[in-house]
Design a protein around this ligand. Structure first.
Ligand code: CO8
Length: 372
């Protein structure tokens, strides 16, 4: 028997923000800021806030729009962050709600019930609290017996979580695993930063991993191999954390939100990801030309084109390397799983594809899949 991915679920928030809406809001905020700080800008004590542009965003990133869990507040120039309703301890938490919705869809796709699952991994870029784990809240809501835990690996949380799931099924630790990625990124986006205000969107994805012996799915994929690697870098960072209270720092300062050196990330991560995919395939004796589909991390269209060009010697077609970031933007770890969720049913038995994530850490994770 082998370990298979037997179902995938995609939950998309009800609200979206187009580049134009986002830029209108940011520019109105920047103009107001510049008027309010005109004197100190004039004296050279601080710089004027530069304006953003929808055309720049689409050209530099490929992003046209992004989904958001709670739209209210994010575009309000007197707030510039989403407004989340406060929930008490008896109510389902925001992130668990997203996770549960995606999990239901993955279970349905895999043709599984809660009793078929005995391990729940919630793996994403942030969890809204440290304990009790979001995974345990989700486990209880779905009526799953067994165990669950949360994992944080930024953009590679999904692939790293899937590797844990595959290993657990292989080892007999679990019979069925739900790996869920509730990416609630919007509370960490700095909507007052022109360089990064456009990058992220909210979404939740979920995947069922089990043994081929129990699989009853119409579309399942054997996991031939998985490979994860990390290399420390400060080029993508958020200093937000529970120790902020004790250091007396401003919990809302820009360094407590997502920030990056985007150019450096681009230059350093593209060759790392290309080399990672190449060596992973080589280790399994698979030729590049055999790859039918690349479900790549969705951070930036130019990054994906560069990576595939390095490996293929030409641009990958949309059929080979589907793009979802025009609609979803960067959704941290969920991007490659959204691409997988939307573009896998057309593959034929024996077709090979690779899921690959790359991002903060740095972290890179890949799984080589073969359609059954
Ligand atoms: N509008 C107009 N002009 C702009 C804007 C804007 N919005 N933003 C920047 N500019 C300007 C710049 O200031 C610059 O001006 P100048 O030349 O005068 O300095 C000029 O446009 C060109 O800027 P860049 O060189 O920065 O433009 P790039 O073509 O490099 O594009 C990108 C910028 C899109 C950021 C690009 O570098 C990129 O995508 N890099 C890769 C980054 C990446 O993939 N990061 C991954 C982060 S995600 C991750 O790891 C997960 C983290 C956890 C989730 C966090 C959730 C909140």
């Amino acid at each position: 028997s082998s370990v298979v991915i037997s179902g995938v679920g995609l939950w998309t928030p009800a609200y979206s923000i187009s580049n134009e809406e986002l830029v209108d809001s940011y520019n109105a905020w920047a103009e107001q800021y510049n008027i309010e700080h005109a004197q100190s800008i004039e004296k050279g004590e601080q710089e004027a806030k530069p304006l953003s542009s929808a055309a720049f965003i689409e050209k530099a990133s490929g992003i046209k729009s992004r989904y958001i869990y709670a739209k209210e507040g994010a575009l309000d120039i007197n707030r510039m962050r989403p407004l989340l309703e406060v929930r008490n301890d008896e109510q389902v938490s925001h992130q668990a709600e997203m996770a549960i919705a995606a999990a239901h869809k993955a279970l349905e796709a895999a043709n599984k019930k809660a009793s078929d699952i005995d391990m729940v991994i919630v793996s994403c870029a942030y969890t809204q609290r440290s304990y009790p784990a979001i995974a345990i809240e989700v486990q209880a809501a779905l009526g799953i017996e067994g165990f669950g835990f949360d994992m944080l690996v930024a953009c590679s949380a999904a692939t790293f979580g899937l590797q844990r799931a595959v290993d657990a099924v292989k080892a007999g630790t679990a019979k069925g695993v739900l790996v869920i990625n509730p990416e609630l990124t919007s509370p960490q986006v700095n909507y007052m930063d022109r360089d990064s205000h456009f990058i992220f969107g909210d979404v939740a994805t979920a995947v069922v991993v089990e043994s081929s012996d129990t699989c009853q799915s119409a579309h399942s994929f054997e996991v031939l191999s998985s490979k994860c690697i990390t290399a420390y870098s400060n080029n993508i960072r958020s200093n937000f954390g529970y120790t902020t209270r004790a250091t007396d720092e401003d919990p809302y300062s820009a360094d407590k939100l997502f920030h990056q050196n985007g150019r450096k990330v681009f230059k350093e991560v593209c060759p790392m990801a290309a080399e990672h995919i190449e060596s992973h395939l080589q280790s399994q004796g698979i030729q590049m030309a055999e790859l039918k589909r690349w479900w790549l991390h969705q951070a930036n269209i130019n990054m994906n084109l560069l990576i595939s060009k390095r490996l293929l010697g030409r641009d990958a077609t949309l059929d080979e390397a589907p793009v979802v970031l025009d609609e979803y933007a960067n959704t941290a770890s969920a991007g490659s799983i959204i691409a997988f969720a939307k573009y896998h049913e057309d593959l034929l038995a024996g077709d090979i594809g690779v899921i690959c994530s790359f991002g903060a850490g740095y972290s890179i994770g890949s799984l080589i899949l073969r359609k059954r």
